[in-house]
Design a protein around this ligand. Structure first.
Ligand SMILES: [Zn+2]
Length: 364
């Protein structure tokens, strides 16, 4: 391992600690002419979901769009892996603990075969999760126990499991580790991808173009997929990923952006070349990403073609300070005290709800 690779890994680790925010969003589906009961439920559900999403985005690097329903036919609350959460009419479940518990199901707890396969004799076997519970408990023999649907501790299965905000944070850490154990995904890099001509991949709506590296839409997250070599990578620009339209293997097809579906036309292999640069090969057709003016196409390999060479530009290496300034503000906001209500619901500082009595817990 050469020095520059060590530096790159160090930078990636540093960045993933500072900026490994999740990208979880939700939308609550509402009736056109809501009743008093619905309005009351919507306010409570939004308070709970705002706090739950805030926690997941702060303490995990997970991404998903969640759709939330208020459905009086649901006994308590329920969720599925497609990203749907439904709350029933019982107000005692419209709290952050329940919302976070349901988000665990949304990210695969009890809703995927990957989860079920990792429960053996009542003990969760995933290496990342086991390492995390040992770290949390400070005991070498600590384990996560579970059945086909739920796990403990930190599964937030009962209100009594939430004694402080710390229990919510540990829940996030465990879900983040479980997701890595389920799907072998790891945030590898956050920054920019620069062509040999000095232009960066920049998101433009559903297109991916080459443009100014100072553009905030140039920020890409690379997720490493799989648990052994050859690893493939997903290139995320916001909620969309680099994608070859219609899975075509035709050379000189322009790449675009699409929702992640896990298939090989959205996965890239990385080969390092001289001078710290890399080539990026599409995993479905063995074609290489090539810069052509302000477009990115998949092209036949050509070792001598500089347009197929890319470099990683870490946040902080770029000339612009605009993004760093933005991040700085965000980071210092995260150091503020949290306001948490008596049921453990964390209030984003700008949001208050008439249902929440406030107590203050120091942020760790
Ligand atoms: Zn459950």
């Amino acid at each position: 391992m050469n020095a520059s690779r060590v530096v790159l890994i160090f930078i990636c680790l540093t960045i993933s600690v500072l900026w490994a925010e999740g990208n979880v969003t939700y939308s609550l589906q509402k009736a056109t002419n809501p009743t008093e009961d619905q309005l009351d439920a919507y306010a409570r559900i939004e308070a709970a979901m705002d706090s739950a999403v805030f926690m997941y985005n702060k303490y995990t690097s997970l991404s998903k769009k969640i759709t939330v329903y208020y459905d009086v036919g649901v006994p308590t609350a329920q969720a599925n892996f497609d990203g749907v959460i439904s709350f029933g009419s019982n107000r005692s479940y419209m709290v952050v603990g329940t919302a976070m518990h349901e988000m665990g199901h949304v990210f695969g707890v009890g809703t995927t075969s990957e989860y079920k396969n990792l429960i053996v004799d009542g003990v969760f076997q995933g290496a990342q999760t086991t390492a995390k519970i040992i770290e949390i408990e400070g005991k070498a023999n600590a384990v996560i126990q579970g059945d086909g649907t739920h796990f403990w501790p930190y599964g937030l299965n009962y209100a009594s499991e939430i004694k402080s905000e710390q229990d919510l944070i540990y829940h996030c850490w465990i879900i983040d580790a479980m997701y890595k154990d389920f799907f072998k995904e790891e945030l590898f890099f956050t920054g920019k991808l620069k062509s040999d001509q000095g232009l960066c991949m920049v998101r433009s709506d559903h297109s991916l173009l080459l443009g100014d590296c100072e553009d905030p839409l140039a920020i890409v997250k690379l997720y490493r997929l799989g648990d052994k070599t050859p690893y493939t990578y997903r290139l995320e620009f916001g909620e969309l990923v680099l994608d070859v339209p219609n899975e075509t293997t035709a050379p000189n097809t322009e790449v675009g952006l699409y929702r992640w579906n896990g298939k090989n036309h959205q996965r890239v292999l990385i080969d390092s070349t001289a001078g710290g640069r890399v080539t990026l090969k599409m995993n479905h057709g063995n074609l290489y990403l090539e810069a052509q003016n302000n477009r990115i196409v998949q092209a036949l390999p050509s070792a001598s073609n500089a347009n197929q060479k890319w470099s990683f530009l870490s946040l902080g290496d770029e000339p612009s300070v605009s993004i760093l300034r933005h991040k700085g503000v965000k980071f210092s906001q995260n150091k503020r005290q949290f306001h948490v209500d008596l049921k453990g619901r964390v209030l984003p500082s700008q949001k208050r709800s008439r249902f929440q009595k406030r107590i203050t817990i120091d942020s760790p």
